[in-house]
Design a protein around this ligand. Structure first.
Ligand SMILES: Nc1ncnc2c1ncn2[C@@H]1O[C@H](COP(=O)(O)OP(=O)(O)O)[C@@H](O)[C@H]1O
Ligand SMILES: [Mg+2]
Length: 381
């Protein structure tokens, strides 16, 4: 059950107090009352209401002083405050705002209006305090280096631990995540991209998430050629929406590019740049690292080496690191049998081959990232 929002009403006049309390109780709030400034400050400290409605003229401490004191205390500086007073000239209102009120309402006020103002104020604070996901973006230095495979497995690994996770395939070409998970992509990004981003509602994005048996939710990439147009406005809207829906948001971004991809990377807390230990990948990685640096994103970028095949002509990870001047955070060993099996049964390797070396490396990487994030605080909000 959702917790009721708590309102503290402060007025020295018991009739006004009872009436206001009644209105807010009827509207579904938990109501506390105080009859003077000292009682109000005590109740704020002990009961931590979500909103205070304060009268100005009270014996002892005035409502304006209560307001000032609440603003001066870091614990309550953010607290929504409405002043409700019979003194409702322009100068009185200016004094109220000067004291830190968010809103100033003259008595008598219609009950509907007071409830509407209180509701609007609380809704705004709620939006501000909404927790946001940790965003991990995976991007390849070129196509086919194993980004999707890595992210699908990381995402399922997170979800299987009961961590709420969304994997979003943000790309303007055909998506492959659903194939890896044996999911039917429904409309995925398609319907979203066909809607004008200015008219796009969060629920439209949420509705298109596909659910995997691990608990993972997926925003699948486009399936129709007509949908291959992912604009910056769409990406911003999708990110804004999804960031309030899960603890971890993983972004599958095929390659570095300006516009939407840059925007998505700027929204990421951690960027995983994926490459293979061979000359072409290294050349591309060098160029990509330069771009990320110029965007101010080098600090949050980690290098990830995926060896997809065993060959004496591949470079050693040491040589790759020396060439790029960056240490790799993780190395995924070549495991074609593991990933072919995973693809053929539509079950990611973390579920179909949990004991393999490649899965071991992916789990180790996922755990390292979880540790890194938990060291920097809980689900940031
Ligand atoms: N460590 C690995 N060993 C062997 N094959 C791999 C490995 N990682 C990925 N692959 C395979 O490489 C191919 C491309 O991977 P994919 O994740 O689709 O790349 P990308 O998303 O970068 O285009 C897939 O067939 C996948 O199964
Ligand atoms: Mg891919």
């Amino acid at each position: 059950m959702q917790q009721k929002e708590r309102v503290l009403i402060v007025d020295d006049d018991s009739t006004t107090l009872k009436l206001a309390a009644h209105i807010f109780e009827k509207a579904g709030y938990d109501v506390y009352t105080a009859m003077d400034g000292y009682e109000a400050l005590n109740k704020v400290a002990t009961l931590r209401p979500d909103l205070a409605i304060i009268d100005v003229m009270m014996p002892g401490m005035s409502g304006l002083e209560v307001c000032q004191r609440l603003r001066a205390n870091p614990d309550t500086a953010w607290m929504p405050i409405i002043i409700l007073s019979a003194k409702s000239g322009v100068d009185d209102k200016l004094d109220g705002f000067q004291a830190g009120a968010d809103d100033y309402v003259g008595k008598p006020v219609s009950h509907k209006e007071l409830l509407a103002r209180a509701g609007a104020l609380l809704a705004r604070v709620k939006r501000m305090h909404q927790p946001k996901s940790r965003v991990i973006a995976g991007v390849g230095v070129k196509g086919g280096v194993g980004v999707t495979t890595l992210l699908v497995n990381m995402a399922v690994q997170l979800a299987s631990q009961g961590i709420s996770t969304i994997l979003a395939e943000l790309r303007s070409t055909r998506g492959t995540v659903c194939h890896n998970l044996n999911l039917t992509p429904s409309e995925g990004l398609g319907g979203i991209l066909r809607t004008n981003p200015a008219e796009l509602q969060p629920r439209e994005v949420i509705r298109r998430l596909v659910h995997h048996s691990s608990g993972l939710r997926v925003l699948a990439g486009p399936t129709q050629v007509a949908d291959y147009a992912l604009t910056e406005a769409h990406i911003q809207m999708i990110l804004n929406t999804l960031q309030s829906q899960a603890e971890y948001l993983l972004l599958d971004l095929p390659q570095i590019a300006g516009g939407g991809v840059q925007l998505a990377l700027e929204n990421a807390d951690q960027i995983l740049l994926v490459l293979e230990p061979e000359a072409v990948s290294v050349a591309c990685a060098r160029a990509d690292l330069e771009i990320l640096k110029s965007w101010g994103l080098a600090d949050r970028t980690e290098l990830l080496v995926v060896s997809r095949a065993r060959s004496s002509n591949l470079m050693s990870v040491k040589d790759v690191e020396a060439e790029l001047g960056v240490q790799a955070l993780s190395v995924i060993p070549p495991s074609p049998e593991v990933f072919y099996l995973a693809a053929s049964v539509g079950k990611p390797a973390v579920l179909s081959k949990p004991d393999s070396l490649a899965v071991g490396a992916i789990i180790k990487l996922t755990t390292a990232l979880l540790d890194r994030f938990s060291a920097s605080g809980a689900w940031r909000g």
